[in-house]
Every structure is written in structure tokens, then in C-alpha cells.
Design a binder for this molecule. Structure first.
Ligand SMILES: Cc1ncc(COP(=O)(O)O)c(C=O)c1O
Length: 324
């Protein structure tokens, strides 16, 4: 049945729900001077920013012929890339297997499996539940590579896939530029693979070379700042792995900001209680860092600082300290 004028309103699939997220002013957390604006990435269909790179990496692999229609896909994930890929693979018809450290929240595995993927949870070699280290990720990677070898599945390889950063260069950066009416003085973001930071800062700096871009690192795990790792365990699942990722480009960075677990938890709570936004720890870290930047004197006091609410709070098991 054809109904006049309605077709434009109807999304053709979940893929059309990816990106074009709203940007929100966090005026209750930071009444000014200056403004913190945040992209609502938790509103993507996989409930995180990683839907953007998931769609881009799979589309590029299909276009290049590396991924044939219906062929199996494998990825190593902290959960959010896996949820994003599960959305994309469900719609496009690719069987998907994910390996993930057992230290990442079980909610993520439940989410991926609800979207038809298989999630293999790999025992931790170092960290604790909710605190995932580089060696834990390496253990999940070793299991993933073994499965690729065995099955011939297409390996997405988010840490080394240029289409990851390109997705943010083509979507996140332009959206921020348009949604702020070109009024953006600074951008701050946590770094996992660095796809988000590299792609977004590259675009924004091409538009305005004076725009300041700051990396957010968990205190004690600050390799981009150039410091030795003294605290590999932290709450920022999906970021702060204690190494400079291959996709990271120092050219697009003006400096780093360090955030403690306590600060991330505090701002995660503020986002819920003052702004009505239930988000995860890296979102709390991003907002804590944006406040620090505005208070630091590194940017004008009335600067507009843009950051990202990377994922939904529903993806986490609360750590016991928070319950007290
Ligand atoms: C919650 C969360 N925040 C931030 C990031 C970092 O994103 P990127 O890998 O683009 O650096 C991730 C990545 O998985 C994540 O899961």
C-alpha cells in the first residue's frame, strides 16, 4: 500500500538509525561561562558510538570484495564494537562471532547475542571484572585470531582498520561542525582504538586549525601523554589500554587531560541526576575532562567545548563501591 508523504518518514532498516545523533547542552552540570555540548552517541541502535565505525568498516569490506555477501565475520571487542557490528551484520545477513574479555560487562554479551551474534567470553589474565587491561584484550585477540585461522571469517580488526577513523571523519566531525553552527572551540574525547579521536579531530582541525583537541586518559594509564603506566586498572572500559594505538595521530592533538575513576563516576552520576542522561564511564570521563579544560585557562573561559556521551549506562554492571 502506498500512503502519500509517509515514505520519507519510515527508516528502511536499523542502519538508518546510525549517526546523526542529537547534540545536547550540559547547562545544568556546567552553567557557564563557556558551554559543554555533548553528542548523544548512546542513542545509536547498538547504544554506543561504535555503530558508526561498525557500519563503515563492514560497508568498505563489502565494496572491496574482501567480505562476500553472507560470509562470516569475526571481531575482538570490549563490547561496544561487537554490539555495533551485531546491528550491521543482522541487517546485512552476516553470521558474526565476537571474542571479548570476561572483564567486560556481561550486559554487552547479552546485547550482542540478542542480535543473533555469538559472543565468546575469554578469561582475564590480569585485570578484574570491570577493569580490563591490555593483556586481557590480547588474550581475547589470540582467541579471535585462532577462530579466523580455523574458519576463514573476515577479521574486522578495528585497531588497524583505517575505515574506523574514516567513519568519524565522514560523520561525527561534520555533524559537530554543522550542529554547532561552526561555533566550536575545543573537542575532548577518550581513546580506545583512537578511531573517534583521530577522525573527528582531523575533520574539525581542517575546518578550523585553531580548534583545540584534547585526549582524555585515565589517570595512571597515560601513554599518549608519554608517561609510564602506573595504574593499568581503571573503570573506562573500551578506552585507555595503556598503549598508543596504531590509528592515533599526534598531529591532531593539542594535549591530554587526565581523569581519575572517582571523577568519571562523579560526572557519570551528574549526567544522570542533573541532565537525565544514563550513560557509561567514558561519558563521565569526557564530561569531567571538559569541565577541567574550561577551568584550566588552556581555552577561553567562554569557550564551547564539544564531547561525546559514548554509550548507555545500561551496558554496565555497577561496581560494588558505587552501591554504597
Ligand atoms: C564506552 C567507550 N568509550 C570510548 C571508546 C573509544 O572509542 P575509539 O575506539 O573510537 O577510540 C570505546 C571503544 O570501544 C567505548 O566502548
Amino acid at each position: 500500500m502506498v500512503v502519500d508523504g509517509v515514505d520519507n518518514e519510515i527508516k528502511k532498516s536499523a542502519l538508518e538509525l546510525i549517526g546523526n545523533t542529537p547534540i545536547i547542552a550540559l547547562d545544568r552540570i556546567h552553567p557557564g561561562p563557556g558551554r559543554i555540548l555533548a553528542k548523544c552517541e548512546f542513542m545509536n541502535p547498538g547504544a554506543s558510538i561504535k555503530c558508526r565505525s561498525s557500519m563503515h568498516m563492514i560497508e568498505r569490506a563489502r565494496e572491496s570484495g574482501q567480505l562476500k555477501p553472507g560470509a562470516p565475520v569475526l571481531e575482538v571487542t570490549s563490547g561496544n564494537q561487537g554490539c555495533g557490528l551485531a546491528v550491521v551484520c543482522a541487517v546485512l545477513g552476516h553470521p558474526l562471532t565476537l571474542t571479548m574479555s570476561k572483564g567486560n560487562s556481561v550486559q554487552r554479551a547479552i546485547h550482542m547475542e540478542a542480535l543473533g551474534a555469538t559472543c565468546i567470553r575469554v578469561p582475564q589474565v590480569e585485570g578484574t571484572y570491570g577493569n580490563v587491561t591490555l593483556n586481557d584484550v590480547k588474550a581475547a585477540e589470540a582467541e579471535g585470531l585462532r577462530i579466523v585461522e580455523e574458519t576463514g571469517a573476515y577479521y574486522v580488526n578495528q585497531f588497524n582498520n583505517e575505515a574506523n577513523a574514516q567513519s568519524h571523519y565522514e560523520t561525527t566531525g561534520p555533524e559537530i561542525w554543522r550542529q554547532t553552527g561552526h561555533h566550536v572551540d575545543a573537542f575532548v574525547a577518550t581513546v580506545g582504538t583512537a578511531g573517534t579521536f583521530t577522525g573527528t579531530s582531523k575533520y574539525l582541525k581542517e575546518k578550523n586549525p585553531n580548534l583545540a583537541c584534547y585526549v582524555v586518559e585515565p589517570s595512571g594509564s597515560e601513554p599518549i601523554k608519554g608517561e609510564p603506566i602506573t595504574k593499568p586498572l581503571h573503570l573506562l572500559q573500551g578506552s585507555g589500554y595503556g598503549c598508543v594505538p596504531n590509528l592515533f595521530k599526534f598531529d591532531y592533538m593539542d594535549g591530554t587531560l587526565s581523569v581519575t575513576d572517582e571523577e568519571s563516576v562523579k560526572y557519570k552520576k551528574f549526567l544522570g541526576e542533573k541532565e537525565g542522561l544514563y550513560v557509561g564511564y567514558t561519558s563521565g570521563a569526557n564530561v569531567a575532562a571538559a569541565v577541567k579544560l574550561l577551568e584550566s585557562g588552556l581555552v577561553p573561559r567562554d569557550a564551547w567545548v564539544v564531547t561525546l556521551l559514548n554509550d548507555s549506562g545500561l551496558k554496565y554492571t555497577p561496581v560494588p563501591e558505587e552501591l554504597t
